[in-house]
Design a protein around this ligand. Sequence first.
Ligand SMILES: Cc1cc2nc3c(=O)[nH]c(=O)nc-3n(C[C@H](O)[C@H](O)[C@H](O)COP(=O)(O)O)c2cc1C
Length: 149
Amino acid sequence: MIYLLDKNAQIVPIENKKTVNLILQHNFIVLAYPVQFSNVPFMVRDFIKIHSDIWKNKKIFCVATMGIFSGDGAGCSARLLKRYGAKIVGGLHLRMPDSVCDVKLLKKSINKNQEIINMTDRKIEKCAEKIKCNTYPKDGNVIKLRKIK
Ligand SMILES: Cc1cc2nc3c(=O)[nH]c(=O)nc-3n(C[C@H](O)[C@H](O)[C@H](O)COP(=O)(O)O)c2cc1C
C-alpha cells in the first residue's frame, strides 16, 4: 500500500536502529502492525511510549492487520499517539490469513486464504485511490478521535 501512495517511501521495522531518526525526518507516517488480542502488540505500544517525544505534529495513518476480529485495532495506537501530540489522519483494518494460530478450527484452505488476500489487495487499492484524493478511511475508533478535537 505504501508504494501505491509513494514509490520512494521507506518501509522500516521498529527494531531497526535507524527508525527513530527516519520518523524524526518525515511528517507523514504509516504505522502498521498485526492486531493482537484486539489491541496493539506490546512491542509496538512500548516503542510508541519509549519514544513519546518523536510524535508531536506528525501526521499518522494507522493500519492494523487482523485474522478475524480487529476490535478497534487502529484506534488503539491512534489514541496513544494522539496523547503524544500526533495528528491522526485515519485508520485502516486489513484482513489477512492467520499465519500463526494453532487452532485447527481457524485454519483455512489455500484457496480461501488466497481469496482473503485478493479481497485485501482490492481494499488496499481502493483505499490508496481515496487517500490520493485526500479522503482517509476511518476504521477503528479513529473517527471518534477526530470529533474530540
Ligand atoms: C498473540 C496473537 C494474538 C492475536 N490476536 C488477534 C485478535 O485479537 N484478532 C484478530 O483478528 N487476529 C489476531 N491475531 C492474528 C493476527 O492479527 C494476524 O495473524 C495478522 O494480522 C496477520 O499478519 P501476519 O501475517 O503479519 O501475522 C493474533 C495473533 C497473535 C500472534
